[in-house]
Design a protein around this ligand. Structure first.
Ligand SMILES: Nc1ncnc2c1ncn2[C@@H]1O[C@H](COP(=O)(O)OP(=O)(O)OP(=O)(O)O)[C@@H](O)[C@H]1O
Ligand SMILES: [Mg+2]
Length: 259
């Protein structure tokens, strides 16, 4: 079976008629789409098109002013980023949202720490050793040269930081991974590594939303493209029914048909 997800009957996530404005500016206006297991949906559009705002609504950073979000047909109100994670939605930001002063293990388990069982009650102290061991095994599983899990995240390269966030998403069995310009701060080989990861996540049936300014870079990995312009949905295209040129034309013209 072709694992492009697009033919799967049930979307993991649906956003319906979602709108968000900041004062008089509509950052996102009446956008609807479904996201299917094992697909990579590329969100594309010029600066200020509303890409980040749209995914921030899904990742719990903003509440939409209007519209609904469904997770497998259940309507949800995503209150905050931790709530989104509990619902299986992990986000990897351009600006590498890790806590610099914490170590790798603490960043992986942040908010979902493993606690030791105390003899009296259930709420024990954090089990640091267990979290560090698990972190090392997790990163080794991705053939990542494991820096000391006690090392502060501040000292990691951009690529290593992205891998830490991606492995966190995998460990906690995310169903949806949102990546907002994940390679913006990365070099060539680190960028390649992130794209390798995206292929692997896809094979596991995880749905990915990726935002990128680089159409050429993202065209290979994407199954569908969602084009935004000044907050509005221009169109959604499957890769097999479009081309880089057509997507670029849609981004610039804001029209679904180039003719
Ligand atoms: N917190 C905010 N307060 C006020 N206006 C905002 C806020 N966030 C976004 N906007 C505005 O909403 C619009 C969409 O912004 P958004 O960041 O979603 O665009 P984008 O497509 O991610 O752009 P870029 O490619 O530059 O990252 C822009 O006009 C922006 O100025
Ligand atoms: Mg953005």
């Amino acid at each position: 079976m072709a694992n492009n997800g697009v033919n799967s009957s049930q979307p993991i996530v649906r956003m319906e008629h979602v709108t968000k404005h900041f004062g008089g500016v509509y950052a996102v206006r009446d956008v609807s789409f479904g996201l299917y297991p094992g697909e990579v949906l590329a969100l594309v559009g010029d600066n200020g098109a509303g890409k980040s705002t749209l995914v921030k609504i899904l990742s719990g950073a903003y509440l939409a002013d209007e519209g609904e979000i469904y997770i497998r047909d259940t309507k949800v109100r995503i209150e905050n980023p931790m709530h989104a994670r509990r619902l299986g939605i992990e986000t990897i930001y351009q600006h590498l949202a890790l806590m610099n002063n914490l170590d790798i293990a603490a960043n992986i388990f942040m908010g979902r720490e493993i606690r030791a069982r105390s003899p009296l009650g259930r709420l024990g102290l954090m089990n640091l050793r267990e979290m560090r061991n698990k972190s090392v095994r997790l990163l080794e599983g991705f053939e990542i040269i494991v820096p000391d899990p006690k090392r502060e995240v501040e000292n990691l390269s951009g690529g290593q930081r992205q891998i830490v966030t991606i492995s966190r998403a995998i460990y906690f069995q995310a169903q949806v991974i949102i990546m907002d310009e994940p390679t913006a701060a990365l070099g060539v080989s680190e960028t390649r590594k992130v794209y390798e990861f995206i292929h692997r996540l896809k094979e596991q049936g995880i749905a990915i939303i990726i935002i990128s300014h680089n159409i050429n870079e993202v065209f290979d990995v994407a199954d569908r493209f969602l084009v935004l312009k000044t907050g509005g949905l221009v169109g959604i295209r499957r890769k097999d029914e479009t081309s880089i040129d057509q997507i670029v034309t849609m981004i610039i013209s804001g029209k679904a048909d180039s003719g």
